[in-house]
Write a protein that binds this ligand. Structure first.
Ligand code: HEM
Length: 579
């Protein structure tokens, strides 16, 4: 059929359909049209494979898709894991591209390409994306973007100084471990009335459970929902460390608001309007308003104190605020930024969402691997002194805990290897960068044996690093779906070779200029938290079916569990009179 006859006949079809239109013929015509458009789009997009340029570099192949305008958005919303892993497995190279609403997004996942992208300083930029997240997710008004851009460098530098370098890092870690030593013995209170329980127990629906053991001894435990118990408990340790105890006391719902905001992440970033009736979107918006308002109140109170005025009886002490936050405060104030625009929410959020979640996954992975908790308790013993003081006037004292974070970081390779393995399995971060200048990135022979290529990436496009695509790649991690505690252990050469940990190609904290500024702090706090918890407490799943690993729900970095686990928490029997 010639083009003219096709147009004429389609004109005939449409006028025929319109003049004889019934609801079912209109529906059929609409369906036929959609199918025709989808087939044509698929046919055209199928031909966008990688092409070799005159200079020997290759373009990145765009995966075929069915819907014009939308491109791969529908499939990425339905099942991103399956789709991305399928593309990875179908390609001999570590990069492919997708179309998102008309713009091209390159996705790189093999180590050499990822390192090549991280090494770019001027060809890619992250500030635009950070600003987008600040506006869409954290609710920073767009009218403030220009002024905020001028402060970006200073704000990032202050976090780096306080969290990535000494003495700031050591001070934060020491504060964190002191707080853990004090609080971990009180993970559960064994109080049955919610009014007598701590906030993390109430958040996890904790209840006292009593029974008799076979030998007639009393068996006392607390039943609680595992995930909220651990993540709220950790949040109650981490948040005052950053913001000071007064902030936490004046705003006890802060953690629930952070979790609610996090659950709305996808909707907020997608820009779904607030009137759309999605319950988690509404909750996230209300939580964000409260968070930003409370942070503004906190800054107003600091301003009053700084001006030697009374900040009110609820703000008694600002001396325990972290150096990171104090530095930011100085910067906001010197630049005359009003309290309502001092966006400290991203830091408060970053402090809580990833570390707290990975503590849950790591403890769960340790408990659910036969024999592992015993091996780790033996390994951490020299660095975690747990003891039970004798009764005072007939009353039981809580156990005592004394941990050395340096020992846990440097002398406990099995625990650290398990931490990396949990990050490999249970985190799925994504880095997005806007390409502002054409650049070439080259594959290593190791990643594409006998077939390594250089790829030309174009200004105006985007480059993403979906870390979990590499983390689940069987070419780099054998049996990638299994938790293998020793996966990152290596034995140093030579007689009596020491066991060490090698993170290999895993990059759970991103890389390049936007690398996670809390990575060293996070590692220390997670290892200490997990060591302290397993040193003092025993856990048992209530279900009676053994430990089950829940499915993942994607979140900002570390995933959330799709379902919770009800556990029985018991004090471990410790040597009496120690400490
Ligand atoms: C296990 C815990 C953590 C993981 C897995 C993690 C992971 C990440 C990742 C993947 C990024 C994005 C990097 C990129 O775009 O390339 C990031 C950014 C960041 N993280 Fe973390 N993070 C953790 C804990 C923390 C903690 C405890 C803090 C703060 C106290 C923190 C502060 C930050 C900050 C400030 C950024 C933004 C860096 C920038 O844009 O310059 N993170 N994190």
């Amino acid at each position: 059929m010639t083009t003219t006859s096709w147009v004429e006949s389609s004109g005939f079809i449409s006028s025929h359909v319109l003049t004889n239109a019934t609801p079912s013929t209109i529906a059929t015509a609409a369906l036929v049209t959609v199918v025709l458009i989808a087939l044509t789009t698929r046919l055209i997009s199928n031909s966008w494979g990688p092409l070799k340029g005159k200079d020997g570099t290759w373009s990145v192949g765009v995966a075929p898709y069915w819907f014009p305008l939308l491109g791969h958005i529908p499939i990425l919303m339905i099942n991103p894991d399956r789709f991305l892993r399928k593309l990875r497995d179908a390609s001999a190279h570590g990069i492919f591209a997708v179309n998102l609403g008309g713009s091209i997004h390159n996705l790189a996942h093999t180590p050499s390409l990822v390192e090549g992208i991280f090494a770019q300083r001027t060809a890619v930029e992250t500030e635009e994306f950070s600003m987008f997240i600040l506006n869409r997710f954290f609710g920073v008004p767009r009218s403030f973007n220009k002024r905020l851009a001028g402060l970006f460098k200073g704000l990032t530098q202050s976090i780096s100084m306080c969290l990535m370098r000494e003495p700031g890092l050591g001070k934060m870690l020491a504060g964190s471990v002191t707080s853990m030593n004090e609080h971990i013995p009180n993970l559960v209170s064994f109080a049955s009335r919610p009014i007598d329980q701590s906030l993390w127990e109430r958040a996890s629906d904790a209840d006292v459970w009593r029974s008799l053991k076979e030998n007639g001894e009393a068996d006392l435990a607390v039943e609680a929902n595992f995930f909220p118990l651990l993540r709220n408990f950790m949040g109650h340790i981490a948040t005052p460390l950053l913001m000071g105890q007064d902030f936490m006391d004046n705003y006890p719902e802060v953690l629930q608001d952070i979790w609610d905001l996090d659950y709305g992440l996808t909707y907020l970033i997608a820009g779904i309007p607030r009137w759309v009736p999605i319950p988690s979107l509404g909750r996230a918006l209300r939580a964000r308003e409260r968070l930003n308002r409370k942070i503004a109140d906190f800054h107003s109170a600091m301003d009053l104190a700084e001006d030697s005025k009374d900040p009110g009886s609820e703000w008694r002490d600002f001396s325990d605020i972290s150096d990171a936050l104090k530095d930011r405060y100085r910067l906001w104030r010197e630049n005359k930024i009003p309290p309502r625009l001092r966006s400290d929410l991203p830091l408060l959020w970053a402090m809580n969402v990833n570390s707290n979640n990975i503590c849950f996954w790591l403890i769960l992975r340790i408990l659910s691997t036969p024999g592992l908790v015993g091996r780790i308790r033996t390994e951490i013993e020299p660095h975690v002194h747990a003891s039970q003081p004798g009764n005072v006037l007939g009353l039981a004292e809580p156990p005592r805990l004394q941990m050395s974070v340096a020992g846990l970081r440097e002398e406990c390779p099995l625990l650290k290897s398990c931490y990396f393995e949990a990050l490999r399995l249970d985190s799925a971060p994504l880095t997005i960068k806007h390409i502002v200048k054409d650049f070439i990135v080259t594959e290593d022979e190791k990643d594409a044996p006998g077939n390594a290529r250089s790829f030309a990436l174009k200004a105006g496009e985007y480059v993403h690093i979906p870390f979990d695509v590499h983390q689940s790649d069987p070419r780099y991690f054998s049996s990638p779906e299994l938790f293998i505690p020793e996966r990152f252990l290596v034995r140093r050469e030579g007689p009596g070779g020491k066991l060490e940990v090698d993170i290999g190609t895993l990059r759970p904290y991103g890389g390049g200029v936007a690398i996670c500024k809390g990575k060293l702090f996070a590692e220390g706090e997670v290892l200490a938290f997990v060591a302290g918890i397993i040193a003092l407490w025993d856990f048992e799943p209530v279900s009676g079916h053994g430990w089950q690993i829940p499915e993942h729900v994607r979140a900002s970095g570390v995933t959330l569990p799709k379902s919770d686990i009800r556990v029985r928490v018991r004090r471990r029997k410790l040597e009496i009179g120690g400490g």
